[in-house]
Design a protein around this ligand. Structure first.
Ligand SMILES: [Zn+2]
Length: 299
């Protein structure tokens, strides 16, 4: 068998050691259609998420946990966000939007979608487990759908009839009205939840979500109530083998998964459309709970 020289540095085991001169590399440069390290094309539709940049070198970045990077930059927080006609973002952090995903749907998926997809993923939802989603709004309506995609049975928990109706429409197996009594008791009466996802910014709902867990259950904390703290019963947590997990948005790869699922028709986005100059009124409407799920601004 003819001996083939290795073309470049390789492992040495089992090979004749040959001095290999690297071939001169021909650099091929494209005179301008590429816009950066992310291999983006001019005119390509892209999504800009909360994670506007990360260092790419720390233990979190190189282990697939870039959303934990301590050098990260965040859209609309530490760098300018996208409530504007034009925005600058590193190409590598502009995630391509597939043709089968409309820009209108891509916007909520880039925040609420990737955040709840990740929450369901880190909870390790397995088929036939029960997932209780606390808060059926912009995040919750997508969390329910991802829980179903992972094979879970779902319980939607909210305090308004419209949100509970939305949960049913999206295929929730049960809905629980948290304004009508203790939702944890109602969920325990159904057998308890394997996973409870806390999406409502109210510390009381975190407590309810934890108490709705059955043994081996996982509470996934996503909402950020101001000054919120949780008090956990130690005996119940230890003897019941329960976990509390914090989940913050998702990586660029998670967002690519979210787009792929949507392009395949596996998720549905509920949103209302507004003009960009209505942004301040819209924020007030969201805070007052006057918006069914997500607001999308048109340019
Ligand atoms: Zn990093």
């Amino acid at each position: 068998m003819p001996h083939r020289h290795p073309r470049g540095p390789r492992g040495l085991a089992g090979q004749a050691v040959t001095a290999v001169r690297p071939r001169p590399r021909r650099h091929r440069r494209d005179p301008g259609t590429r816009v950066g390290g992310g291999n983006r094309q001019i005119g390509q539709r892209v999504a800009i998420a909360w994670l506007a940049g990360a260092c790419g070198e720390c233990r979190y970045c190189i282990s697939g946990r870039e959303t934990l990077c301590e050098q990260q930059r965040n859209s609309g927080y530490s760098v300018d966000g996208a409530f504007a006609e034009y925005v600058a973002v590193p190409a590598a952090f502009a995630t391509p939007v597939p043709d089968d995903v409309s820009s209108r749907d891509a916007a909520p998926l880039t925040c609420a979608g990737v955040t709840t997809y990740k929450a369901i993923k880190v909870a390790g939802v397995a088929p036939a487990e029960t997932v209780a989603v606390f808060g059926i709004g912009g995040l919750g309506h997508l969390a329910l759908q991802y829980a179903r995609i992972f094979g879970g049975f779902t319980i939607g928990v909210d305090v308004t009839a419209e949100k509970l109706a939305l949960a049913k429409e999206l295929g929730a197996d049960h809905v629980v009205d948290a304004s009508a009594g203790d939702p944890a008791e109602a969920i325990q009466a159904l057998g308890g939840a394997d996973v409870a996802v806390a999406l409502a910014a109210s510390p009381a709902s975190f407590d309810q979500a934890f108490r709705s867990l059955r043994r081996g259950g996982r509470l996934v904390c996503v909402a950020l109530p101001a000054d919120g703290t949780m008090s956990l019963p130690i005996f119940d947590t230890v003897l019941g083998g329960k976990s509390v997990i914090g989940s913050i948005v998702g990586t660029r790869n998670d967002l690519a998964d979210v787009f792929a699922l949507h392009a395949a028709g596996r998720t549905k986005v509920v949103a209302v459309d507004r003009k960009l100059d209505e942004v301040n009124d819209s924020i007030a409407d969201v805070l007052a709970g006057r918006v069914p799920a997500r607001v999308v601004f048109e340019m």
